[in-house]
Design a protein around this ligand. Structure first.
Ligand code: ZN
Length: 209
């Protein structure tokens, strides 16, 4: 990926769907075989023979978000005169840390205050899915969700909180399983108005904090 200028917030949007439509399974298989050889394994032994193909299928699934535009889930809106907080809590996601290609997974909470346009609730889960199924970092993912909501819905405010456990922290390096990383992005009302922000945080966490 070279230029980010025509794809705001680093989300690559395929211009020509046919060019990016399929993952190159054979290329992944060759690469995985190379990795096995490089670490001193025998990729032809029984237990490993099917591994490159399995990994290729897994990557095709984990990175399927690269082949869709997350914004498409924000295009269908309803006109409603509701101007209180809408919150979808505990949206489970699985993503892949782009620094280590190890999974990080957790929950996203998305709140917004509509300004005339309301989304179908399942669309927020689809948005999270499309943004998380690609090489990611949690901070960028959080910001991307909030920014796309702002740009597509023009709501009075958006609050996005993401909490996740990173296997790259649990398995290697500092090896601290169980620690969670929490990121948030607050836009509009949620940034400017402390009581609105407190209200959404209370809706997300209740008395758990
Ligand atoms: Zn990592």
């Amino acid at each position: 990926m070279s230029s980010n200028e025509d794809k705001p917030h680093g989300v690559p949007v395929p211009k020509d769907a046919s060019a990016t439509n399929s993952v190159d399974h054979e290329r992944i298989q060759r690469a995985v075989r190379e990795i096995l050889l490089a670490v001193g394994e025998d990729p032809d032994r029984e237990g490993l023979v099917e591994t490159p193909a399995r990994v290729a299928r897994m990557y095709a699934e984990m990175f399927s978000g690269l082949r869709e535009d997350p914004r498409r889930h924000l295009k269908k809106v309803f006109t409603e005169r509701y101007d209180e907080i809408v919150l979808v809590r505990d949206i489970q996601f699985q993503s892949m840390c782009e620094h280590h290609l190890l999974p990080f997974m957790g929950k996203a909470h998305i709140g917004y205050v509509p300004a005339g346009k309301v989304l179908g609730l399942s669309k927020l889960a689809r948005l999270v899915e499309a943004i998380s199924r690609r090489p990611q970092v949690q901070e960028r993912m959080t910001e991307q969700i909030a920014t796309m909501m702002v740009e597509e819905l023009s709501p009075k405010g958006v609050a996005v909180v993401v909490e996740a456990e990173h296997s790259c922290m649990a398995l290697r390096g500092v090896r601290k399983p169980g620690s969670r990383c929490v990121t948030s992005a607050m836009k509009g009302l949620f940034r400017d108005n402390l009581s609105t922000r407190a209200e959404v945080m209370h809706l997300i966490y209740g008395d758990r904090r």
